[in-house]
Structures are given as C-alpha cells and as structure tokens.
Design a binder for this molecule. Structure first.
Ligand code: ACO
Length: 428
C-alpha cells in the first residue's frame, strides 16, 4: 500500500477505509464513501470558516503563517516590495513570471490605454449621496462596469480575459480617485497618461486647479503598500471572488463581490477600525486601561491577530519601515505614539502572547494613509486597489483549473423535522 494514504476505521460499522493523500490533503468527497447505513449519503467534513479546508490548488501565493513567510510566485515579499513596481508585481501575479523589459513596457502601455472610464460614469457616481461610504461606492461602481462591457461575459476567451484584466487594472484607480473626489465635492480629474500608475492615481485624487506637487517618497511608499496588499491567497475577499466567479459571471461582478467582502471590519475594514480605535483611546495614558478592556472581552484590539499568521505578519514589518519614511516627510502623527504603546504592551502581555496575536498589515497602514492625506473611510479603497491583481489572478486561475465547479458547500441540517403547516388562526 502506498505510504501516501490515510487509513481510518469507522467505529460505527468497524469498516476500514483507505484514503489517498495528495499534497497534504485528503479529498472531502472521498469521505462520502464512508457510510453507516445504506443511503445515508456518507460522511461530510464540517468546517464552517474553512479553518482547515483547502478550497483550491493555487500556484500564486505561498504563506507560512507560523514562520511569518509570504511569497508571490515564489519570490519573498521583502524582495518584491524592495525592487518591483506595482504593475510589475501585478504582472508577476497574473502571468506567473517576472516580466522582461519589453513585456513590462507592453503591459504598462496596455493599462495606460484604458485608464479612461465612460463619461456616464461621472453621472453614475454623482448619483451617490454626498456622504456615501467610499467602499460602498467602489463596489457599486465596479459592479456597474459589467454593464459597460457586456463582452466581459466571454470568460472562456483568453484574449477577452486579458482585455478585462487590463480594463480593471486601468480603471480602478480612476474610479477610486473619483470616489474620493465625490466624497469631497470636488470635480473629477481625468487620467493623465504621461504619469505612471501611482503618479496618475495620486494626481487624480489630489489635483486642485490643475496643480499637484508630487512627493516621490510618499508615492513610492503608497506603491509599496499596494504591493504588500497585492495577494494573500484564500482570504475572505479572494474566496468571495473565486466563489462568485465560479458561477461564470463576468470578472467585474466577481471583483465587486471581493470588494464587498473587503469592506467588512474583520477584513480590509480593519485599518479604518484601527484609526477609530486610536481616536477612542485618545491619549497614550489610556492605553493600559484599553488593553484591560480588550482582555475583559470588551472588544478586539483592531489590527492585531490573523487567521493564518501566528507570528509577526511579514507585511506589518515592512509597513513599519514605510511608516518611518512617511513620517519623516509628514511629521509625527500623535496617534502613532498610541499605536506604538499598544504594540509594546500587547507584545509582552500574556493574553496576546498566548493567543499568538501580533500586529497585522492593517495596524500601521491606516496611520500612513492618514498622514498621506486620505480620510479614514477611504483606507479600504486603497487596500482594494492593492488587492486587485491578486483577485484577477485568482479568478483566472480558478477559471482555467479543470477541477473548478460552481462553489456550492454542503450543510448539516439541524432544523425541525417534517411538520404540518399551521393556518394563521391556529398559531399561538
Ligand atoms: N484582540 C483581542 N483578542 C483577539 C483578537 C484581537 N484582535 N483577535 C483574536 N482574539 C482572541 C479571541 O477573542 C480568541 O480568544 P479566546 O480563545 O479566548 O476566545 C482568540 O484570540 C482566537 O480568536 P479567533 O476569533 O478564533 O481568531 P480568528 O483566526 O478567527 O480571527 C481575526 C482572526 C478575524 C483577524 C481576528 O484576530 C480579529 O478579529 N482581529 C481584529 C480585526 C483585524 O485586525 N482584522 C484584519 C485582519 S488582516 C486582514 O484582513 C488584511
């Protein structure tokens, strides 16, 4: 018998089963053959939050949460963040290899060609209330892109997929910048294709009266933050993109599902929640009291903890370096002092140490975005800009994987047994 197998005994029947092990997994569908009585459908695995279930085979991102390792297509995140541009990182994630100079030039030119959005988009965004949350606008707007590009339904066509990939990468910064302008009541600024990807986005957000003085340190810092967020294997939003995409819907709709998932405070919304938490604490002197409040079950220390990382999130380490560079330019942020004190105490406190709770990517990113001039409720939009290449790469990988079927989990039914309908006049 091959050693790559698992032998289990069903104590209900005494029968023994041998299940194949491939890449450290057994197939949940193999459990269906383990039956107690004929016709019971066999065993299922119960894993409500996919805590220990691989939902796909992926060659994009590798994470070792215990060792604090993150790699894109095999390249350590530290090296990618130091040497690559954001579009180069996107190419790596999407194509699987680093681009040559001419491949990168073509990719950049293709993206540059598609930065404009249909003029109706301005009207569409104008329809949102003045105080609409930027993430709500972004997810609605990206979903609406599907109505502008019905050809995106041709998901089986490689060339069409490439075009949608380019459109998404090119238009998301424009939409994100316009969402920012809408929130502030400022007129929309059109893309400037003489600028690079980041420079164009920053210009579209901050230009006033035709003028904006770019700060290269802040732009490179923003670019590094986007690179650090570019993919993170099967997180909540990526699973949403894959799951929704498995219905063969167009990529704009699938990505808008990812944006919806990212919006939540336990996922991308955490950086916004960190800033609100720092505001609530108010002063470094209140930190010990706040820590006690968290330990007593009064809430979570936002920006701490991660489903996969049970040591320091490698992205958080890099973000701290970026924070130093940014604060050198913008001056110290008083909230940083509170954040540093929270981190110092939490890293020593038994409650956090025993639960392996370390700062995650969101702990410092909000402070940096705020120093750059972005309002708190806009932070997650920046996360979405960064995560976009990962979502598209994972969507395409899912589509071309012959093992893909429409996502359709099972359940264990725990509701009432069959009973007769009770007419209204007989109900208690
Ligand atoms: N503050 C205080 N306690 C925490 C925190 C936290 N941030 N995170 C987890 N815990 C505690 C839980 O209360 C639990 O304690 P218990 O065993 O005594 O009940 C234990 O640690 C395990 O927590 P789980 O909820 O089981 O951990 P899970 O892996 O499901 O959650 C999550 C991960 C959602 C990220 C969680 O740590 C959290 O809510 N963190 C705060 C929100 C946040 O920063 N999210 C951003 C994540 S990174 C990202 O999405 C980009």
């Amino acid at each position: 018998m091959s050693s790559d197998t698992l032998t289990v005994v069903d104590n209900r029947t005494g029968r023994e089963y041998t299940l194949e092990i491939v890449d450290g997994t057994i197939r949940a569908t193999d459990l269906a053959g383990i039956t107690a009585v004929e016709g019971d459908g066999g065993l299922m695995s119960y894993d409500p939050a996919y805590l220990n279930t691989a939902s796909c085979r992926s060659a994009i991102t590798y994470i070792d949460g215990d060792a604090g390792i993150l790699r894109y297509r095999g390249y350590p995140i530290e090296q990618v963040a130091e040497h690559a541009s954001f579009l180069e990182t996107a190419y790596l994630l999407l194509e699987g290899e680093l681009p040559t100079a001419s491949q990168l030039a073509t990719w950049e030119a293709d993206v540059r060609t598609h930065t404009y959005v249909h003029t109706n988009f301005a009207k569409f965004l104008d329809g949102f209330r003045y105080d609409a949350h930027p993430m709500g606008m972004l997810l609605g707007a990206v979903g609406a892109l599907s109505t502008f590009y019905p050809d995106a339904k041709q998901i089986g066509d490689r060339e069409s997929r490439y075009l949608q990939r380019v459109r998404l990468m090119a238009k998301l910064p424009t939409i994100a910048a316009w969402v920012f302008r809408h929130s502030r009541g400022l007129p929309f600024v059109y893309p400037r294709n003489d600028l690079d990807y980041i420079g164009n986005f920053v210009n579209m957000t901050f230009e006033i009266g035709g003028r904006h003085e770019p700060n290269p340190v802040l732009q490179r810092s923003l670019e590094i933050l986007l690179i650090l967020h570019a993919d993170h294997e099967q997180n909540c939003s990526t699973s949403a993109v894959r799951s929704v995409g498995s219905s063969n819907v167009d990529p704009f709709s699938a990505v808008s599902a990812g944006i919806a998932a990212l919006y939540g405070p336990l996922h991308g919304g955490a950086n916004e929640a960190v800033l609100r938490m720092l505001d609530e604490i108010g002063d470094v002197a209140h930190v010990p009291e706040f820590i006690e409040h968290v330990k007593g079950g009064g809430g979570r220390l936002m920006g701490f903890g991660h489903r996969v990382y049970k040591s320091y999130d490698p992205r958080a380490k890099l973000i701290k370096q970026v924070a130093d560079q940014v604060f050198e330019q913008t001056g110290l942020n008083p909230k940083l002092e509170i954040a540093l004190e929270l981190e110092r105490i939490a890293l020593e406190d038994e409650y956090f140490v025993s639960r392996k709770l370390y700062p995650n990517v969101d702990f410092y990113s909000g402070l940096i975005y705020q120093a750059m001039g972005y309002p708190t409720d806009y932070f997650t939009v920046l996360f979405a800009l960064g995560r976009l290449p990962g979502w598209i790469a994972q969507w395409e990988e899912m589509l071309v994987d012959p093992a893909t079927k429409i996502a359709r989990p099972r359940q264990t039914y725990v509701g009432p047994d069959v009973r007769d309908f009770v007419p209204m006049d007989q109900r208690a």
